[in-house]
Design a protein around this ligand. Sequence first.
Ligand code: ADP
Ligand code: MG
Length: 514
Amino acid sequence: MKFKELGLSEDLLKAVTEAGYEEATPIQAETIPMVLAGQDVIGQAQTGTGKTAAFALPILEKIDKKNPNVQALVVSPTRELAIQTQEEIYKLGRTERANVQVVYGGADIRRQIKSLKNHPQVVVGTPGRLLDHIRRRTLKLDHVQMLVLDEADEMLNMGFLDDIEDIIKQLPEERQTMLFSATMPPEIKRVGVQFMQDPKHVKIKAKELTTDLIDQYYVRSRDFEKFDIMTRFFDVQDPDLTIVFTRTKRRVDEIANGLKARGYNAAGIHGDLTQKRRTQIMNEFRHGKLDILVATDVAARGIDINDVTHVYNYDIPQDPDSYVHRVGRTGRAGNHGVSMTFVTPNEMGYLREIEKLTRVRMLPLKPPSAEEAFVGQLGVAKEAVSDLISKTDTEKYGKAADALLEEYDAADIAAALLNEVTKDDSSQVPVKITPERPLPKRGGKRRGGGYHRGGGYHRGNNHRGGGEHRHYDRNRRGGSDRNEHRGGNRDRRRDNGGRRSEGSKHGFTIRKKD
Ligand code: ADP
Ligand code: MG
């Protein structure tokens, strides 16, 4: 939809064009007219779909630039989001000369006090620092007409709720309230609507998940087995750029450390790290200096990287929208992606909820055996050897090489070399991940083990040979290439010159059910 049709002023339309936006995104098209009309709105849409402009544009339209009071307040869960949001609003409001300021913790408060004295009409901030300014009376909110809780799910989770309530107490009762978020779990919505009046919930379906390009698998396993299974999969699949999602910060640390102990190039990010460290890790990941990023959902917000090849859900997300959010990190920009979700027997109900939302069936995979992992490692080792050969000045070692060949069999020398470059069997390095409280059991009796066989939901879709554990289903497929059962493997990438959606040829593309 064109921005022109949304009821925005010429000035703002000009700013939109200058920002390079041609068409309004669905969340913008639906919510901008509502916010302009004064409606309370819950706006839910995937990350990266332009939610900021969805509230920024109507805010800029409605504020009175001649009025020196703070008229709109945007609360953001993190400092970097607050900064990004302030920049976006400032950019869109420049032609109108709107004054937009940002405040956040960990930065010089005096400078912020000064900037707040400049009479901003719009203030963006993180909860703690906003409260700080409120207490110091350097921020007065009694003229605020519009409140936005951005990333509302995060803002309203138990950790932030008290702060948010304290901030809202400072606002006039008569105001417009908006929640924007990628996910909106029912508990969170229940909390949020208490601050709102007759809100309209706009939910843009997450169908943008380009499932055609993502092979989605799940692995049934017990919690304590996950780590060993995951590293075996790494050895078999040899993923390029991988994100591992897990539920808690403790697990981020434990998994990242465990991966490092087993020789993988991994690091973890979560909210307890300093901003500097997070940015540093993100940059390493972005530039391929890091292969595996371990993250919580929150820490992964705003990760905008197109070449992620594999997403591992070490813990299945509680909320199906989070799944879409996570898995949407791969299969971007026409690249092929693979997602792997670990599911404990108790969590099958969650898997089903996800499949309902995405309308895509995940294929079950069996954990690779030690031998299969070894075969995978050998493949990597062979590549490493070719690499070594191409880098070696053969002339220089010619004589010594001849001498060796006289003494030993060439095959033995090659074997020794392979032995040297092959990564040790990862499972030899014991790693223990502390158990976390499991998700509450969800769903009725129809769930659990048997559901994949009988359920009407899975029947009649167009997957070929959809037996359980296709992984071992070699005969039916001619047994030509075992690796293909693992999706996105090294050989396929090499043969096809990249991560393309070549899967369908092999019957691996996950199709949308229609
Ligand atoms: P979200 O909050 O939904 O995650 P953002 O508001 O951060 O998304 O926007 C993501 C990116 O898309 C930003 O770089 C923003 O400038 C850009 N963007 C927003 N609206 C449009 C549009 N209508 N057309 C093109 N790009 C847009
Ligand atoms: Mg946003």
